[in-house]
Ligand binder design. Structure first.
Ligand code: FES
Length: 352
């Protein structure tokens, strides 16, 4: 995306268009999947709905979740989309997501807006969290939300309110009418949260993150979820200001996945739990080979951003191409995202 950070709200879906799916891939692994009942669908603001999900089967409660977590929705036609939960952790048997009907949608958010209704049933995954809130230290937290990127931040703010902590949130949107969950954020200001809003149409342009963040302390924790240009701007601004505790939620690959080193030949991959050994070309991601062999493996984005396919490495080394693991985690070679990462060594043993 080349537009300025908040000129185009983006959906929190982790995008996989049906034409990008692996040709012979089944929907996904059955592990962790359950059916949810759509309890309510309500309009939040222009182009955004909030969807409340509850267990479809009495006595089969939803797993608990942490602030910042997301779930996958398995939609018609094999589409899988991930959406952040915006309700408070600890709320039992209820997941709430926000969905933007994005003009750039490759089908998922549009399908939800046009077809998903209260009373429908839909398969969902267990929650995963790649955007964890620092709950251990009583540090001050500062949040920057761009458009629909406010959803995981809303859950984090609710959690901080539960903990009796204060926080500051900067909500950025093109206009007041397109700012999702503005009423809910405003309500939180009576519970210890301070709110700064920036609307492009009222301010005459995009926000200056350096001036909005400069007054905060280097030991604070800084979180951002929004369009890719906003995340890039946020990270570089935090680096310039000397902020070390920086957390971002990415919904698209940081950079297009492209070969980093030339990989030739094959890798012998032993799948310890499945009792299989496969020969996989080193220049191909392993997921397709696993699916072709009938291995039960969970996956969602196939872009290396959601963490669904993370697989433990027992032996060998991977060529990491994901946006989930940190540099240190990649160097440690403890796990790999098999949807985009490749086998580097001639032999690998995976905990699969
Ligand atoms: S399926 Fe999302 S990281 Fe692999």
């Amino acid at each position: 995306m080349t537009q300025h950070p908040v000129a185009q709200d983006r959906t929190t879906e982790l995008l996989i268009s049906s034409d990008q799916r692996l040709p012979s891939a089944p929907l996904s692994s059955q592990s962790g999947r359950r059916t949810a009942l759509v309890k309510t669908v309500s309009i939040v603001c222009s182009g955004v709905v909030s969807i409340e999900l509850c267990p479809a089967v009495a006595g089969e409660p939803f797993p608990p979740f942490e602030a910042g977590a997301h779930i996958d929705l398995h939609l018609q036609g094999g589409m899988v989309r991930s959406y952040s939960l915006h309700n408070a952790p600890g709320e039992e048997n209820r997941y709430a997501i926000g969905v933007l009907n994005d003009n750039a949608s490759r089908g998922g958010s549009r399908w939800i807006h046009e077809h998903l209704r209260a009373g429908d049933h839909i398969p969902i995954s267990s929650p995963r969290n790649l955007f964890a809130l620092n709950e251990l230290q009583p540090a001050h937290s500062v949040f920057v939300a761009g458009g629909i990127g406010v959803t995981p931040i809303l859950s984090m703010l609710r959690r901080l309110v539960q903990l009796g902590r204060n926080a500051h949130v900067i909500l950025c949107a093109r206009s007041r009418s397109s700012a999702p969950f503005l009423d809910e954020l405003t309500h939180l200001t009576s519970l210890g949260i301070t709110l700064h809003t920036h609307f492009d149409d009222e301010a005459g342009g995009p926000p200056s993150l350096s001036s909005l963040l400069a007054a905060h302390q280097p030991h604070d924790h800084f979180y951002c979820c929004g369009p890719s240009p906003m995340l890039t701007n946020f990270e570089s601004t935090c680096a310039e200001l000397g902020f070390a505790n920086v957390h971002v939620e990415r919904f698209k690959a940081e950079q297009p996945v492209s070969p980093k080193i030339a990989l030739t030949g094959h890798c012998t991959v032993e799948l310890r739990k499945s009792g299989m050994t496969l020969e996989i070309p080193k220049n191909k991601p392993a997921l397709q080979a696993f699916l072709d062999a009938g291995v039960d493996i969970e996956f969602s984005c196939e872009e290396g951003v959601c963490g669904a396919c993370e697989t433990r490495i027992l032996e060998g080394e991977a060529e990491h191409r994901d946006s989930v693991l940190s540099g240190a985690q990649k160097a440690a070679q403890k796990s790999m995202m098999v949807c985009v990462s490749r086998c580097r060594s001639d032999r690998m043993v995976l905990d699969l």
